[in-house]
Design a protein around this ligand. Structure first.
Ligand SMILES: [Zn+2]
Length: 356
């Protein structure tokens, strides 16, 4: 601390601590009042009043409810707050000259700390277990619990957990917020795709007897230097932009309509920024006449468009089809292993065992 600042503080401390003789006399008169109340007598017998520093400086106010400190004019406090006042920054500065104060101060600090820290540790342990119990009851995996807790910790450190008291958390209001998230992310994505070159991947899948088409987009995103990003960086973003139920048809023409509806219709600049498309090798995708990629290339006549049959997807299909050649027992064994590791808890448990 610069010496000037320290001197200022000392001066202020001296200004605040004039144990004036008239005040002292008044308090001494009060102290020796002939008939103190029972409550007052009880308080005076309290261990804290056995200490010389307290006897000399802390006095009951005339209203009988509050206490005053001779060293800190202008401060009054209830009996239960005497300890708090004695260890306050202001009082510690003002009591600097009193040799009786230092041992009392050390005593108060160690007592307070041990009681507070024991209580606090017990409460923390209980809250931690209650949190884990809630997460397990919700069937969250250890990984999800860890991510949730770390997210809450970040919010807590930024003093941003006040919403827990204020929000009602009704299911309907949560659902409406989630809908807003979808719209918000789509708006953000729309702005990004209108400003940057991107590639898209498209695929069909049968889910619960329904034919579903999913479209993803990928692009490079700049993260300039900011408070959250200390070093500027470029990252590959990969986002689902649309999912569409297909009714009867899933041919190239239908898929082109899906691309139009879910991607190109968002902004007229978006179609111009498409530079790549990837799919599996199905004829609806790569058919030379009616496949979605051929139709798209025709529509974008002259615009550069790189098309690729996704190698990972192809390898996946090759393995899937080759498995049919294996004996049934091996297929059953692979299926049972797959189902075993579908459970996030089991996967996390196995990882833990492997680490140990
Ligand atoms: Zn004081």
């Amino acid at each position: 601390m610069p010496s000037g600042k320290k001197n200022d503080e000392n001066n202020r401390a001296k200004q605040r601590s004039p144990p004036s003789s008239s005040q002292k006399k008044k308090y001494n008169q009060k102290k020796s009042a002939p008939r103190p109340s029972l409550a007052e007598q009880r308080r005076k017998r309290a261990p804290i009043f056995q200490h010389e520093h307290v006897k000399a400086n802390i006095f009951e106010e005339e209203n009988g409810d509050d206490y005053l400190c001779l060293l800190c004019p202008g401060f009054s406090f209830a009996f239960k707050n005497i300890r708090k006042h004695l260890v306050s920054k202001g009082h510690v500065q003002n009591a600097d000259d009193d040799p009786d104060f230092l041992p009392l101060y050390a005593n108060l600090l160690s007592k307070g700390a041990s009681i507070d820290s024991k209580l606090e540790a017990k409460r923390d342990k209980e809250s931690f277990l209650a949190f884990i119990q809630l997460c397990v009851a919700l069937n969250l995996s250890t990984r999800q619990i860890s991510k949730l807790a770390k997210g809450l910790k970040t919010l807590f450190q930024g003093f941003k957990l006040g919403f827990l008291i204020k929000a009602n958390f009704e299911e309907s209001s949560i659902a409406s917020r989630i809908d807003c998230f979808g719209k918000y992310y789509l708006e953000k994505l729309k702005a990004e795709l209108a400003n940057t070159k991107y590639s898209s991947s498209i695929d069909n899948a049968k889910i619960s007897n329904k034919n579903v088409c999913g479209v993803k987009v990928r692009f490079l995103k700049d993260y300039p230097k900011s408070q959250a990003t200390q070093v500027p960086k470029i990252e590959l973003e990969s986002k689902v932009i649309g999912v569409k139920y297909l009714s009867q048809r899933s041919d190239g023409e239908t898929l082109l309509k899906v691309l139009d509806e879910k991607v190109f219709s968002l902004d007229k600049l978006i179609k111009k920024n498409l530079v790549g498309i990837t799919s599996d090798g199905a004829s609806a995708m790569v058919g030379p006449v009616c496949g979605v990629i051929s139709l798209l290339k025709k529509e974008l006549s002259g615009q550069y468009l790189f098309s690729l049959q996704d190698p990972c997807h192809l390898i996946n299909l090759v393995i899937k089809n080759s498995l049919h050649l294996l004996p049934d027992e091996i297929q059953d064994f692979i299926d049972s292993r797959h189902h075993h590791f579908l459970s996030p808890q089991r996967t996390a448990g196995s990882k833990l065992k492997l680490k140990q």
